[in-house]
Design a protein around this ligand. Structure first.
Ligand code: FES
Length: 209
């Protein structure tokens, strides 16, 4: 939340509580994906960069595809106009969300080769850089493992390997912290790391996105 909103919550708690209740109640018949798409549009219309950076990844997490998000933005053209849409595309490009890369927009979900299973140390975190355009954190526990996107679920910052301390991964941008053995956010934030399906094939670990 912005410093301005935090200030208003402290200065005028009753009014702000009513405002947040209104926002929650006003969308209660919509599914999360639809709510996120509407929020993306309103952030573009008000040109709230921080909010747009927050809601673009949230819309993906809530089940919207990149094409659905682009459709929603383009459908709002009559009210947004070209200048605001270009403003939003500049931010989207700056965020460099893999799903929105032009060469991946039509791509099917598929399995990607990550690493030789023998190189994944049991009970530890293994970092694999640049697997078909994204970096990966892997936690292995015996024959099982969890495979995580290195991009922060807050605003898609690519969390570097150096941000790892034991099992704790801390995003350098706003310090959301994650337990990599579970993927859960354990400090500052509210959402877990994005986890991918994985499988072993001929001794190689693969993940699907
Ligand atoms: S981008 Fe904000 S905590 Fe990671």
């Amino acid at each position: 939340m912005s410093d301005a909103l935090n200030y208003l919550i402290k200065a005028r708690p009753e009014a702000m509580q009513a405002y947040f209740t209104f926002l929650k109640e006003s969308g209660k018949h919509l599914d999360p994906k639809t709510r996120s798409l509407i929020s993306v549009i309103t952030k573009i219309d008000s040109q709230t960069e921080r909010g747009l950076r927050q809601y673009l990844p949230r819309a993906l997490r809530d089940g919207a595809t990149p094409h659905e998000i682009l459709d929603a933005i383009l459908m709002a053209f009559p009210t947004l106009g070209l200048a605001k849409i270009v403003w939003a595309m500049d931010i989207l490009l700056d965020m460099d969300i893999p799903e929105f890369r032009a060469e991946l927009l039509g791509a099917e979900v598929e399995w990607h080769d990550l690493i030789d299973w023998a190189e994944v140390r049991d009970g530890e975190i293994t970092y694999v850089e640049d697997c078909d355009g994204r970096s990966i954190f892997i936690y292995r526990c015996g024959d099982d493992c969890r495979v995580y996107d290195s991009r922060c679920p807050h605003q898609v910052t690519d969390i570097p390997h150096l941000a790892l301390s034991g099992m704790r991964l801390t995003c350098p941008k706003h310090e959301w912290a994650f337990d990599v053995s579970t993927g859960e956010c354990v400090d500052k934030g509210t959402r877990p790391l994005r986890q991918f399906d994985s499988r072993l094939l001929a001794g190689r670990l693969q993940a699907r996105w």
